[in-house]
Design a protein. Sequence first.
Length: 276
Amino acid sequence: MPSGSVVLGYNARMHALPSSARVAALAGEATRAVAFEIVAETGSTNADLLARVATLTQPTLCWAQRQTAGRGRAGRPWLAADNGALTFSLAWKLRLPPQALSGLSLAVGVALARQLAARGVMVQLKWPNDLLRDGAKLAGILIETAADKNERGALWVVIGVGLNLAQGDALGAQLGRAVADIGQPQADREAWMAALLTGLCEMLPVFEREGFAPFAQEWNGFDAYAGCEVNILDRGEVLHHGRAAGVDETGRLLLDTEAGRIAIMAGDVSLRMAEV
């Protein structure tokens, strides 16, 4: 069980843990090497896996039914309704230098969007790491890395995902902004977990070989802000204003400004629709 994991807070007597055997049976061939860790409650699945990467010997999924200290980009808290979301992290070894990870969060978005669309949930992608439904946030992605202590030139990526299955309206009221969900209060959580895991495990070897380029066109097809006037913000300050023109083959956001087209690297900057 990951460090910091407890069972009591989630009320395990009322909610049986999902079956790792069923998830494995439903998942695709690409997931066969993945170790499963399913826990009732923890602080952060990303933090749990990052704390243990030195001891991991294979790709590892940590799926918590409830997180008490979930995190988003820039250390922001990630909130999810109890029993209303999938919150999980996947640790995966990549034999790549850190600079080659450009675009990985976008490729993750494509992998998730494919699986959602295949099951009738049409979504859009917001650069660099959010999934939207009808303009409201449906899912978020957080990627963190750690060097592999045992293999030179390799690193572990820990891909954290939070996907709202239900109770989006209640969560939106708590947060004071629109929140989307897939609209399935009785969703088959094991089947959804198997589908999303399959998508990630099929995507990651391709990314390791070819980078983001094979996913760029598909990402642009899901782009929520294509052709829209947007602002790029850094700590609340507008850095750039222009018309969103998709992403390039490295995952940089293309922005058509009065001074011409510029390319913006993902970092701590944020994209917002401009007021007109």
